[in-house]
Write a protein that binds this ligand. Sequence first.
Ligand SMILES: [Zn+2]
Length: 342
Amino acid sequence: MIIDCHGHYTTAPRQHEGWRTEQIAAHTAGKPPPPRPTMTDDEIRETIVGGQLKVQRERGTDLTIFSPRAAGMGHHLGDATTSEAWASACNELIHRVCSLFPKNFIGVGMLPQSARVSPRNCLAEIDRCVGEYGFVGINLNPDPSGGHWQDPPLSDRHWYPVYEKMVEHDIPAMIHVSASCNPTHHTTGSHYLNGDTAGFNQLMTSSVFKDFPTIKFIIPHGGGAVPYHWGRFRGLAQDAKLGLLSEIVLKNIFFDTCVYHLPGQELLAKVIPVDNIIFASEMIGAVRGIDPETGHHYDDTKRYIEQLPLSVDDKAKIFEGNARRVYGRLSATIEKQSARAV
Ligand SMILES: [Zn+2]
């Protein structure tokens, strides 16, 4: 089985994002939000059959761990109330996709975060995502201010209520920022990769893994700059007398394979142990074009993994085994949703 651990619903029916625009406009004008739009099952089906499901079939992948559009989370917009309503609408929509295509999509939730608001706000939505929707993870935004970094680092106890909830439900978090509202940071070109790198560094220098020995985080986009600069991080850990980097982070931190060229994948697989790499493509998402050097889509990351000089067993870990291990509820959810599909 080939499990893609990182996909977003970037093709949602137009009225979904339309409502978000109206919601924020109403908030700015001091008015109540308009009623939520109606979306039929057929409308949702159409966006998936012609979108993510089509790409799954073309590329030969089986299952996508699926979450709301990341840049659309927009935690810097509105306030805690608008974030709550928006997260609720987005997660409900993911649940509908997973119910319509139970063999192909399993959900991950976005959180109703807001800059300088306690993440305690997110706990009820996490409970709903896991308990009612059967989601297997969350996306945690380390910078709800959208590029201004106004909240404490992930090492701070500020975040501990979310960590406690993750351990309680046995769900990992993908460290994933949203859109940048700071013009110095392009959303997918620099803000995403900065968020990955900053999140890793914040966790590496923290006591989070001492306080939560079983907690698991996925650093997306191949880990940002981390694998490329592994020597720097090893040296920083050594200078700070934190111990060996491999011993302090690799039980808890995993890297996905959203790296859009073969040399990058080769480096990732050379530097990071195979047990810590999880297959992902982030399709349909950040980079949609075809690489003229290969004639294939940049985000067709399965092709790169297939070309790596790894054993069949190691590739199976990247494509399936590691995801089942890191997402503690995944195997049971696959069984449950497959049974529903029959
Ligand atoms: Zn993403």
